[in-house]
Write a protein that binds this ligand. Structure first.
Ligand code: SF4
Length: 209
């Protein structure tokens, strides 16, 4: 029985909530589109700029962008072409592997990100109007829904290191430029990188100690 049928979903709360989330997803698409239109950018280009601003440096590549946009390498390359053409990003060689193409924001790209990054403010304001206990309940419930969707392969959760099961903080005190460690990549981490979004983030509580 379809939850798109209002009569059907009126009889079950899970269906009403799923439709509410569907509407919120539509609203976010519209916010993305409007923010982009103001700067002559497509929604994919807006997402690509935000990705290049906040993703872990090691994934700022054409392949990383394809994963972020959940699209093909060819489509990600077209998005990169458009950003390069507008002077907002540049391709650059990847030091460790010449088959990988890195992407970097230009100074204009960083300024454009500053113009765009408030596009979800209305959504946050609507949530901020809820009483704190409702926000806490909503947060906990949505985290469970997001994890279930991630486990089902519907989304990739990008988060920073500090809640990640693979994060080993301050284990290289002798190396001030990279004092932390990622056990997933088995590599030292500069402090600044630990505050960026990583597609390999794994919530600490999902991995047995
Ligand atoms: S896997 Fe975890 S610890 Fe490693 S870079 Fe990603 S978020 Fe940080």
């Amino acid at each position: 029985m379809s939850l798109f049928n209002p009569r059907v979903r009126s009889e079950r709360r899970s269906g009403q909530i799923a439709i509410a989330l569907y509407r919120i997803a539509q609203a976010i698409q519209i916010m993305l589109r409007r923010a982009g239109q103001a700067h002559r950018l497509s929604p994919a280009q807006v997402q690509a700029l935000l990705f290049l601003a906040y993703a872990r440096p090691g994934v700022r590549t054409i392949g990383g962008l394809a994963q972020r946009l959940q699209t093909t390498m060819a489509t990600a390359s077209e998005v990169a072409d458009a950003l390069e053409h507008k002077g907002l990003a540049v391709r650059e060689p990847w030091p460790e592997d010449h088959r990988i193409i890195g992407l970097r924001l230009t100074a204009s790209g960083r300024r454009r990100v500053a113009d765009l990054e408030h596009l979800l403010d209305d959504l946050e304001a609507a949530i901020a109007e809820l009483p704190p206990e409702d926000q806490q309940t909503l947060h906990r419930a949505l985290q469970r829904v997001v994890r279930r969707l991630a486990a089902g392969g519907h989304i990739v959760v990008y988060e920073m290191c500090w809640g990640c099961a693979f994060f080993r903080p301050n284990v290289h005190p002798e190396n001030p430029s990279a004092p932390h460690h990622c056990a997933f990549m088995d590599a030292p981490l500069p402090d600044a990188d630990t505050y960026t979004e990583c597609p390999d983030f794994t919530p600490r509580e999902e991995v047995p100690a």
